[in-house]
Design a protein around this ligand. Structure first.
Ligand code: PLP
Length: 860
C-alpha cells in the first residue's frame, strides 16, 4: 500500500492551460510535488478556455463546420505558441474532431455523439500539454480518463443525464490503485470532465466536471491530497468582488466547504467534495498565479472554533407562499401542495411553515426562466390554497459550524435585517447554515455591512488565524501600510514616565494635530468642533483650538472648563448640545452667548421664558442609530436623543410662536461608524428638511468617525468620506457643513501605562494582573471594546503565551483584554501599554473601590 498511497492529484482549469507560461507553472508545480512529497503526480486538466462552450454549440448542431474549423485553427496556433509541431502532436486528434461532423449520428445529434463531441476539448488540451511538458524535460505520461472512470447509471436518471451528466463508480474497485500505478511515468496527465459509459462509449460528467474528475481520481487512488488549482486564492468569507474585506478561509471542514460551495462560492464545484470526504482525502484550493498563498485546505480534522465562516448571497430566488383555505389541522395539506411541485418538476430548497401558511423557496433554474411553469404551478396550487409568488428574492446565508451557540452574538445581524422585509428565515438542522430571504433590491450593498457586523460582534472569529487568512484587499493591494503608533519610537521615555507612578495616561500632541489637520483639510467642511467629552485635557483643548476648531460641550461643567482653560475664546466657537440638562444650564449657556442645541419640544412648552426670542440649533433623530456598540447608538426609538421626525413640524411651529429662530439642524447618530458614506446621507437628509424651514444656515452632521482599534479593522477611508461630503455639498451648497468629532482626534494620541502586579494561572487560564482596570479604562467593560495591549518592558520579546489582562477591581467585567498573546516571561513590575486610549479613557475613569484616578502626562 505504501507505494500507491503517494499520489497527489492536481487539477487545472481552462484559464490555467491556455497560455504557455501556465504550462510552465504546471510542470514546475508537478515536479515540486514529486520532489517534496515524494509523490507520484496525476494532473487533471480542462479544455482550453472557451472551447467547451464551442463544442456545446456544435453538439447543439449550430454552425458545425465553421466552429470545427475555428477550433482546429485555435489548437494549431496554440501548438505553435508552445513550439510544437501541430501535425505530429495533434494531427490524429484534429482529424477525429473533423470526422465527427460527418459521422452518421451527426444529423440526429444522438446523445452518444454529443458526448464524443464534448470530450474533444480535454483530449486536445491534455495531448498537447503532455507533449509540451515532456519537451521541457518533465517525465510525464498521458492516459485516457475513459479507461479509468466508469459512469454509473442511477435509477431515475433521464437518458440525457445518463450520458451527459453522469456520476462515476467509486466502490467495488479495490484493485484500482494498484492497476493505475502500473503506468510507467512518475507523473501522468489526464482529462477532466469525461468518463466511460456502460456501453464502452464516452460519457460526460456535466457541470463542474473537472473538479469532480480530480475528486474521483483522488478517492479511487486514496491520494494524499487533491489540489484544485484555479485563478483565485481559495474560498473566502464572502465574495471578494462584493466584499473586499472578505478573508481567505485557510482551513475548513468538508461539511463547511460543502455548504459554502453550495450556497454561492464558485471556486469549487459542490459535487466534488463528497468523493474526497467519503474516502478521507484532503483537498486544497490554490491559486496558480499566487502559489505562495496558503489557499484553502479542506479535511475532516479541521476542528476549529465555532463561528460564522462565510456569508453568501444567491439572487433570483422565487418564493411561493401558500395560505391554507381548508380547515384547521387539515390532514394532507403539505402532501397535496408538494405533489404539485413535483408534477411541475420543481425542487424546493427552503421551507418555512406555520399553522396556516407554508412558504417555500425555489432555486433559480433554466426551467423557471424559460417557461411559464410558475403560472401553471400557481393555477394548480390555487385548487388547494391561496398562492402568492414573491420574486425576485435574494437568499443571504451565514455558514459555519455551531451556529446555534452563536445566536446571542447575532443581535446586530438581526437588527440589520430588521430594517429589511425578511420573507423567510431558515436554520438548517445540521447546525451549519442560517438563511434569510429578502427582496433582491434590498440585498444590494448589504453584504459588506453584514460582514463588518459579523466581525465586530465576534460571530465571525477572524482573530483565529488557523482559519482566517489575509483579506482580499490585502492580497490584491498588499498589507495596509499603517504608520507605526507614535509610542513605538519612544519606549525609554514612557518607561521613565511609568517610574513616576501608574496608572498613567500619556498623550502625544503631534498625533492630535495631525488628525485635526486631516479633517479640517476637507473642502466640503465649513466648521469643525471638537467634542470635548472625549478628552478635556487643557493641553489638548488648546492644541485643537489652535488648529481652528471650535469646541462642543454637553454640560455646563464642560462649558465652564472651556472658558477657564481658554478665557479668550469667542463664545461663537462653542456649542452646547446637552441631553436632559436642567433648566439652569440652558439659561447659563444663553447668558454666555454659546450656541445652544435643543432636542425636544417639551422644553419650549415648559420653559417658554428661557427660549423666547432665542436663536437655536435643533437636534433631530433620523429614526435609526449607528455605531460600534448598542450603547453608543444615539438615534432610533430606543435612544433618548433627538426630536423625532414626527414632531418636527410641531417644533418649528412652536418655535415661531415664541419668536425663535432655528439657524442650525443637527444629527449625531452614534460613535465609531465605519461606513464612510454615512455622513453624506445625514447631510442629505437634514438639507432636505432645512429647505422647508427657511432659516437654516448650518447643518451639523455630528461626530462618530471611527479609528482602527483592532489589528484587522481597516483604516477609516477619509478619502471616501471627503468625496461623499463634497458630492452632497455640491447638491445642497447653501448650508454651512459642520462636523463635531471627538474620538477621531484624540483616541490614537493616548496610551495608558499600567504596572504588572502579578501573574496567576487558574484552571488553565493565565492572567496578567495590572494596577489599573475598569476604573482607569471603562471601555472594555462597558462596550466590549478592544484595545491593543503591549508589554513595554519586553517589546522585543516574542509573544508566545496567551493571557487575559485584568485589573484590581472586584467585578468580573474588570478585564482589559482577553486571550492576548504576550511574552511568556511577563512578570511583576513590567510596564504594560494599553493603546489608543486617548478618547473616553481618562474622561470616564472613576474611583470605584476607592482606587485613585490615573495620572496624566503630555508629550510634545
Ligand atoms: C459624543 C458626541 C460627539 C463625538 O462623538 P465621537 O464618536 O467621539 O466622534 C459628537 N456630537 C455629540 C452631540 C456627542 O454627544
Amino acid at each position: 500500500m505504501a507505494e500507491v498511497n503517494r499520489w497527489v492529484v492536481l487539477k487545472f482549469g481552462g484559464t490555467s492551460v491556455s497560455r504557455r507560461n501556465r504550462w510552465d507553472t504546471i510542470g514546475r508545480l508537478a515536479s515540486k510535488r514529486m520532489a517534496e512529497d515524494g509523490a507520484r503526480v496525476l494532473v487533471v486538466v480542462s479544455a482550453l478556455s472557451g472551447v467547451t462552450n464551442e463544442l456545446q454549440a456544435i453538439a447543439n448542431g449550430d454552425a458545425i463546420d465553421a466552429r470545427i474549423a475555428a477550433l482546429v485553427e485555435r489548437h494549431r496556433a496554440f501548438c505553435a505558441e508552445l513550439d510544437l509541431d501541430p501535425d505530429s502532436v495533434l494531427g490524429e486528434r484534429l482529424a477525429a474532431l473533423q470526422a465527427l461532423a460527418g459521422d452518421a449520428r451527426a444529423p440526429e445529434r444522438t446523445l452518444d455523439w454529443q458526448a464524443e463531441v464534448l470530450a474533444q476539448g480535454e483530449l486536445l488540451s491534455s495531448t498537447l500539454g503532455a507533449a509540451y511538458l515532456r519537451r521541457q524535460g518533465h517525465d510525464f505520461g498521458w492516459c485516457d480518463a475513459r479507461q479509468w472512470l466508469d459512469a454509473v447509471s442511477l435509477p431515475n436518471a433521464s437518458a440525457w443525464a445518463q450520458r451527459l451528466s453522469v456520476n462515476c463508480r467509486l466502490d467495488g474497485d479495490r484493485g484500482f490503485a494498484e492497476r493505475f500505478a502500473v503506468q510507467q511515468a512518475p507523473m501522468l496527465l489526464t482529462q477532466g470532465f469525461i468518463a466511460r459509459h456502460g456501453d464502452g462509449g464516452t460519457a460526460i460528467l456535466g457541470r463542474g466536471g473537472s473538479d469532480t474528475s480530480a475528486a474521483y481520481f483522488g478517492a479511487l487512488l486514496k491520494a494524499q491530497r487533491v489540489e484544485i488549482w484555479t485563478d483565485v486564492p481559495g474560498m473566502f468569507s464572502a465574495n471578494p468582488r462584493e466584499v473586499p474585506d472578505a478573508r481567505l478561509l485557510t482551513r475548513l471542514h468538508y461539511a463547511e466547504a460543502q455548504e459554502i460551495a453550495t450556497t454561492g462560492a464558485k471556486v469549487l464545484h459542490p459535487r466534488s467534495i463528497a468523493p474526497c470526504r467519503d474516502a478521507g482525502v484532503a483537498m486544497a484550493i490554490l491559486d496558480t498565479e499566487r502559489p505562495e498563498l496558503p489557499g484553502t485546505r479542506i479535511d475532516a480534522s479541521a476542528a476549529t472554533v465555532p463561528g460564522v465562516k462565510a456569508i453568501s448571497r444567491r439572487n433570483g430566488i422565487v418564493l411561493v407562499s401558500m395560505e391554507s383555505i381548508g380547515m384547521w389541522q387539515q390532514v394532507g395539506f403539505l402532501a397535496d401542495v408538494f405533489e404539485r411541485f413535483k408534477r411541475h418538476g420543481l425542487s424546493i430548497d427552503l421551507i418555512g411553515s406555520s399553522e396556516t401558511n407554508v412558504t417555500v423557496s425555489l432555486d433559480p433554474s433554466e426551467n423557471l426562466v424559460n417557461s411559464n411553469v410558475l403560472e401553471a404551478l400557481s393555477a394548480d396550487l390555487a385548487e388547494v390554497c391561496r398562492v402568492k409568488v414573491i420574486a425576485p428574492c435574494a437568499a443571504i446565508t451565514l455558514v459555519g459550524r455551531g451556529m446555534r451557540s452563536l445566536l446571542h452574538r447575532l443581535s446586530d445581524i438581526w437588527a440589520t435585517f430588521g430594517r429589511e422585509r425578511v420573507h423567510l428565515i431558515s436554520q438548517s438542522s445540521n447546525d451549519l447554515n442560517l438563511t434569510f430571504v429578502i427582496d433582491e433590491a434590498d440585498a444590494d450593498g448589504l453584504l459588506p455591512h453584514l460582514h463588518a457586523e459579523l466581525i465586530r460582534s465576534r460571530a465571525m472569529p477572524v482573530r483565529d488565524d488557523t482559519v482566517f487568512g489575509p483579506s482580499w484587499r490585502e492580497i490584491a493591494h498588499g498589507k495596509p501600510q499603517r504608520a507605526p503608533a507614535w509610542w513605538r519610537g519612544r519606549p525609554e521615555q514612557l518607561l521613565a514616565l511609568a517610574q513616576q507612578g501608574t496608572p498613567r495616561y500619556v498623550y502625544d500632541l503631534d498625533t492630535v494635530r495631525e488628525r485635526a489637520r486631516s479633517l479640517s483639510a476637507a473642502n466640503a467642511v465649513d466648521r469643525c468642533f471638537y467634542a470635548i467629552k472625549a478628552n478635556p485635557h487643557p493641553a489638548i483643548l488648546r492644541t485643537i483650538v489652535e488648529e481652528g476648531f471650535g469646541l462642543e460641550c454637553v454640560s455646563l461643567g464642560e462649558i465652564e472648563h472651556v472658558f477657564a482653560t481658554l478665557p479668550q475664546i469667542d463664545p461663537g466657537r462653542v456649542l452646547f448640545t446637552p441631553s436632559f440638562a436642567p433648566r439652569r444650564e440652558y439659561e447659563e449657556a444663553f447668558a454666555r452667548g454659546v450656541t445652544v442645541t435643543l432636542d425636544n419640544i417639551e422644553a419650549l412648552q415648559r420653559w417658554p421664558e428661557v427660549f423666547r426670542g432665542r436663536t437655536i440649533w435643533l437636534r433631530i433623530d433620523l429614526g435609526h442609530g449607528e455605531g460600534h456598540h448598542e450603547k453608543v447608538r444615539t438615534g432610533g426609538v430606543a435612544a433618548k436623543f433627538g426630536l423625532p421626525m414626527t414632531r418636527f413640524d410641531a417644533f418649528v411651529e412652536h418655535a415661531r410662536k415664541l419668536g425663535m429662530r432655528i439657524s442650525g439642524l443637527h444629527a449625531h447618530l452614534g460613535s465609531g461608524i465605519e461606513d464612510p458614506q454615512h455622513w453624506r446621507g445625514v447631510y442629505a437628509h437634514l438639507a432636505g428638511l432645512a429647505d422647508n424651514v427657511g432659516t437654516i444656515e448650518s447643518i451639523d452632521i455630528g461626530g462618530g468617525l471611527p479609528i482602527p482599534y483592532t489589528p484587522e479593522s481597516p483604516e477609516f477611508d477619509l478619502g471616501l468620506w471627503r468625496a461623499g461630503l463634497e458630492e452632497i455639498k455640491a447638491a445642497y451648497p447653501r448650508y454651512g457643513l459642520v462636523i463635531e468629532p471627538g474620538r477621531y482626534l484624540v483616541a490614537e494620541s493616548g496610551a495608558l501605562l499600567l504596572t504588572v502586579t502579578q501573574t496567576v494561572e487558574k484552571d488553565g487560564v493565565l492572567r496578567i494582573g495590572c494596577d489599573g482596570g475598569m476604573n482607569a479604562l471603562m471601555r472594555p467593560a462597558m462596550y466590549e471594546a478592544y484595545h491593543g495591549i503591549f508589554n513595554l518592558s519586553r517589546l522585543d520579546d516574542a509573544v508566545t503565551a496567551t493571557f487575559d489582562v485584568v485589573g484590581p477591581i472586584c467585578e468580573s467585567s474588570d478585564v482589559i483584554g482577553r486571550g492576548r498573546t504576550l511574552p511568556l516571561a511577563t512578570a511583576e513590575g513590567d510596564v504594560m501599554l494599553v493603546a489608543d486610549a486617548g478618547a473616553y479613557g481618562m474622561a470616564m475613569a472613576n474611583t470605584y473601590n476607592l482606587r485613585a484616578l490615573p495620572a496624566e502626562e503630555i508629550i510634545e
